[in-house]
Ligand binder design. Sequence first.
Ligand code: HPA
Length: 285
Amino acid sequence: MSDARGTDGTYERIEESVRAITPRLSVAPQIGLVLGSGLGAFADTLGDLVKVPYAEIPHFPQSRVVGHSGNLCLGKVRDVRVVCMQGRVHAYEGHPISAVVHGVRTMAKLGVSAVLVTNAAGGLDASWTPGDLMLVTDHLNLTATSPLVGPNDERLGARFPDMTQAYDPGLRDVLRKVAKDAGIAIREGVYAGLLGPTYETPAEIRMLRTMGAQAVGMSTVHEVIALRHMRVRVGALSCITNLAAGILDRELNHAEVEETAKARRADLVRLLEGWIEGAAAGGNS
Ligand code: HPA
């Protein structure tokens, strides 16, 4: 439904969420984080942690997927103020795409200068190992939809946002440096975002490889589009929790995805801490 401005109320919903969150904030957050499957525990390591359940924030949708608790976490990493989505919702749960991106839009409106997105993903390269970490350099949005479908609200961003450098080059450099200094090997590649909720068929995996993807998952691309629309800088890191369908001669399951992500938690925490600090310092230090 359109209102008199020709918009659909998205902006007003973001403002209402922000109004519910700001009384819980002592200082405005600088950096936003989205924690994917099995990675949510990072939020519990924040200093001065304040947890706001999504249920207490108007318009925040709730995830029903195991491994995705739903809290907006406010706090500190070293000296950087962060706001962190502990759990996200996915389009395959049946949520409208506007709900899928409501959290990141709210973080953008809270004033963060960058958002670091994490996810669990399947690896397309047979030489990779479950547990590998991949810096996302670009994406393929293969969900056949976008959070920007519908009337454009100029208060959020332009009708035709540029996506040439969706994954900020400066933030990519920061992560490379943090990983090198910490002695943690990282891969780099293109993330293919699919609707799910099935894992892919072996034929789909062959197609994705031909298309130039190195990883596949069911999140991230809509969030990144919504953030770039709002001109927020984005970095993304995938935990390759399994090799994609058809590479090994066995079935995929969600428990394995969660376990592998948890097993890399210590390295992920180190990378995220350094990345947050570097991003807050300007992003290409
Ligand atoms: N495919 C899609 N999404 C995923 C996978 C996968 O193999 N692993 C973790 N998320």
